[in-house]
Design a protein around this ligand. Structure first.
Ligand SMILES: NC(=O)c1ccc[n+]([C@@H]2O[C@H](COP(=O)([O-])OP(=O)(O)OC[C@H]3O[C@@H](n4cnc5c(N)ncnc54)[C@H](OP(=O)(O)O)[C@@H]3O)[C@@H](O)[C@H]2O)c1
Length: 241
């Protein structure tokens, strides 16, 4: 039976690569974007093997609407890739409450709400995969990113705790923690920031979204059934747990 995967933030970067890899592997893919245009683009890229939806993870009503739309469309996703994430960097002394709350709401609270909403279907099916995109910054920390680091360290703790809750139902919950990957998130950096970043990577290059997607695809597979509560690092050697 074809399994269905929800991938948040599938309009760009790592999420888009995950959507492509999962379709290639034979899954039905439901990808999200924050705009109608983004969702339509996802539908077009998936070419009948799934579709796009609009969801803003920072807005509870938007997540509820998405969950309701999935129900109406009789979709029963057994795989959830919580990929969407944002940064709003600032030194803590200058950080506005809004910058803190936006990052936590999108990267962490949205993950809670969506995962809770889809977990019942996985429990019923006695199969499920929840894969959460963390970051090397969640372990290493990084000046100017206390909000982002807190959200990513939080998602790893969330994965460990939920992994323990649902392991007996054949549901695994893991985090994938990328280092520096070639996406809009990293191209936004200045060339100085980029050189400083590369100097910290033994592999001397940025990772590709497709490399992260391959790891997510593995975690979603039957072959990864006995891995849960784990964080898998993918960072060209810049940090080893
Ligand atoms: N790139 C890296 O080097 C790197 C490193 C470590 C971890 N990560 C993590 O990997 C994940 C993907 O990163 P990326 O670099 O591929 O990001 P990206 O290129 O910036 O894309 C972000 C994605 O998230 C969606 N999104 C943004 N705000 C959202 C919201 N409020 N609600 C729902 N979706 C929202 C965007 O949708 P729209 O297109 O509609 O805006 C887009 O699809 C993130 O969790 C990030 O923290 C990335």
């Amino acid at each position: 039976m074809t399994k269905t995967a929800v991938i948040t933030g599938a309009s760009r970067g790592i999420g888009q690569a995950i959507a492509a890899a999962m379709v290639e592997a034979g899954y039905r893919v439901l990808g999200t974007a924050t705009t109608e245009a983004g969702a339509e683009n996802i539908s077009a890229l998936l070419g009948g093997k799934g579709r796009g939806y609009v969801v803003d993870l920072a807005v509870q009503q938007s997540v509820s609407n998405f969950l309701e739309a999935l129900k109406q469309d009789q979709e029963t996703p057994l795989i959830l890739v919580n990929n969407a994430g944002i940064t709003k960097d600032n030194l803590l002394m200058r950080m506005k409450a809004e910058e803190w709350h936006d990052v936590i709401a999108t990267n962490l609270s949205g993950v809670f709400q969506l995962t809770q909403g889809l977990l019942r279907g996985m429990m019923k099916a006695k199969f499920g995969r929840v894969i959460n995109l963390s970051s090397v910054v969640g372990r290493m920390g990084n000046g100017g990113q206390s909000n982002y680091a807190a959200s990513k360290a939080g998602i790893e703790g969330f994965s460990r705790a939920l992994g323990a809750e649902v392991a007996s139902r054949n549901i695994t919950v893991n985090s994938v923690a990328p280092g520096f990957i070639e996406t809009d998130m990293t191209t936004a950096l200045s060339s100085d920031q980029r050189s400083a970043m590369l100097a910290r990577v033994p592999a001397a290059r940025l990772g590709k979204p497709e490399e992260v997607a391959a790891l997510v695809k593995f975690l979603a597979s039957e072959d990864a059934s006995y891995i849960t509560g784990e964080t898998l690092h993918i960072n060209g050697g810049m940090y080893t747990a």
